[in-house]
Design a binder for this molecule. Structure first.
Ligand SMILES: CC(C)(COP(=O)(O)OP(=O)(O)OC[C@H]1O[C@@H](n2cnc3c(N)ncnc32)[C@H](O)[C@@H]1OP(=O)(O)O)[C@@H](O)C(=O)NCCC(=O)NCCS
Length: 140
């Protein structure tokens, strides 16, 4: 497996994986082309860093982060294709992302995870993230 910074050629595949992520999260389903516009806008903005993992000749996972003011960054929800999960792909991508963020002076990463996403929560806990705040909601 190769983990590297995304290039422009990866954007369509990142958009496809982003669509799978939104389906997985039960969110509103955009077409790949809509995700591509969003992903391309971010890619063209130097505040965003995109990381991909390549295995068997194709991009099988992505993650990334947005540089925030001060020394902090906000990590995207990542996605690893189902067939490649639990093999340390996110662990390696996150480590690479941290290297890049440290080089840019970042010393703190925030992320959001849904309470009903146990695999997401377990992953971030395993990678050293701690809950610092909880969002509450009431349907009315
Ligand atoms: C969450 C996700 C990105 C994890 O990617 P992954 O490459 O499978 O994660 P890794 O193999 O690097 O796992 C690292 C550690 O996280 C924990 N972990 C990962 N998936 C887990 C699961 N399903 N259940 C329990 N712990 C899990 C483990 O401690 C694991 O280490 P171990 O396998 O040595 O025990 C992947 O499951 C995924 O894409 N899920 C769908 C999208 C999603 O929920 N994204 C996160 C949104 S916040």
């Amino acid at each position: 497996m190769d983990v590297r910074l995304a290039t422009r050629d990866d954007l369509y595949r990142i958009a496809e994986l982003t669509r799978l992520l939104t389906v997985h999260m039960g969110a509103y389903e955009w077409e790949v082309e809509n995700h591509l516009k969003h992903v391309t806008r971010r890619f063209n903005n130097s505040r965003y860093i995109h990381i991909v993992a390549v295995a068997d000749g194709k991009v099988i996972a992505f993650t990334g982060a947005e540089l925030k003011s001060g020394k902090s960054a906000y990590m995207f929800k990542g996605f690893v294709e189902e067939a490649y999960r639990r093999r340390g792909v996110m662990r390696v991508m996150e480590a690479r992302l941290i290297e890049i963020l440290r080089e840019r002076g970042v010393n703190k990463i925030d992320l959001l995870v849904d309470t009903d996403n146990p695999e997401g929560r377990s992953t971030w806990i395993a990678l050293g993230y701690k809950t610092i705040r909880e969002t509450m909601r009431k349907y009315i």
